[in-house]
Design a protein around this ligand. Sequence first.
Ligand code: NAD
Length: 501
Amino acid sequence: MTAAKELLTALGVPPAAYGQGTITARSPIDGTTLGQVADAGAEGMNTAIAHAHAAFLAWREVPAPRRGELVRLFGEELRAHKSHLAALVTLEAGKITSEGLGEVQEMIDICDFAVGLSRQLHGLTIASERPGHRMMEQWHPLGVVGVISAFNFPVAVWAWNAALALVCGDSVVWKPSEKTPLTALATQALFERAVQRFGKEAPPHLSQVCNGGAATGAALVAHPQVALVSATGSTRMGRAVGPQVAARFGRCLLELGGNNAIIVAPSADLDLAVRGIVFGAWGTAGQRCTTTRRVIAHHSIHDALVERLERARASLKIGDPRQPGVLVGPLIDHAAFEAMQQALAQAREQGGHVAGGARVLGSTDPEAYYVQPALVQMPGQTAVVCQETFAPILYTLRYETLDEAIALQNAVPQGLSSAIFSNDLREAEAFLSATGSDCGIANVNIGTSGAEIGGAFGGEKETGGGRESGSDAWKNYMRRATNTVNYSRSLPLAQGVQFDV
Ligand code: NAD
């Protein structure tokens, strides 16, 4: 509690904000209570959305490069408070120190990206078929953007959305994970500092946070004034959210679960492959959407690879994520631990050979859930391998031909991230081609996790189809208008239609 209070104070969050309420913020590091936070509920959410809509009407009139200036100032606040916010991420989400810092760096990176973007929100000019006519498209601010985020990227996911939404002229309402309400309060406090420095052009309530659980999130999803719902979390959540937004013809951006595979070909540099797999599978205690959950190894190198992975697995230091040298922190909570144990039991039943997976440090930290990462050799891609278990479990499978490997890689319901380790150009290009990986992210000789913000991020199938962050993902946060201007003295109709009166 003391550490959290010191960090929250440094980040500008008053103690009253986490002194009472029905949401208990706990540290997965040792299970201690960090604070109590109020649940906004449906009523609080509806009020916030009404305020956000008023803010949108004002903010859309501010020129985009000026909007970029606010995001630039926010980026400065993040730079100045990077270590504090990162330490709070570690405390509340259990990430090791360098990953907590990396998460805040990702927020800074997207702010920089968005500032540049604020001068590049351009449409096309299009050749008109009619004489004396000009056709063009414009991108206009969209409205209120609702952001629902997951516990495992408690602040970066919001930043990916908010930095773009703000330069695009939208207002933002954020429903963070109920497991990480404090990092959300801290991020909001930093944003408000940036607004103070920016001055009166920024309307009140431009970006707000409404803490709460699924019911509070559901109020955001249902509200007709929320033009875009950007929801990150499990496929289960997406199945509830997607149809509701569609039913009111709202726009939805879904970033859901993954079941990411790495194919290791006979020509692979095994040193690189082992490093990529170890970080991807067991870093962040297996709690990334892009975590490597499957290795599909050529039969000729499978055993050698597994041996090296097993050596690396057994050497990973598990424990308090703030300690130097620790690479695997805690699972988020007891439910995550139970889900991992169930998956391992199923893997055994389905013919798997399991190494690791046991709870550790239970006697010193009875309220925390530290586990040995697990390496599971499977006889085939059974039911348990096809599901996402949000824990450090890596399944290994064998293949004979590249076609077989790609078919295995694609034969799961999710479609987020994928990679091949190969030094054979033909194999690598085949993997990236239209008949290769069916994922939103496909890499060569790097792992599945740790994407940069410059690319569009997201995946296909049960991952939800959304794209956020870099490339042209900003278009999700704007509405497109096609404009035709007639500067001639006649009115020709398109397609040569005659309608003379
Ligand atoms: P979760 O689905 O339990 O919760 C995510 C968020 O959705 C929370 O804020 C929760 O309160 C909210 N929510 C749940 N049900 C809702 C409903 N019916 N209506 C509105 N809101 C609702 O996920 P989690 O355990 O916090 O996170 C882990 C999951 O998130 C994994 O499946 C992981 O793969 C996924 N994830 C995906 C990405 C991505 O970019 N694809 C990134 C991070 C996490």
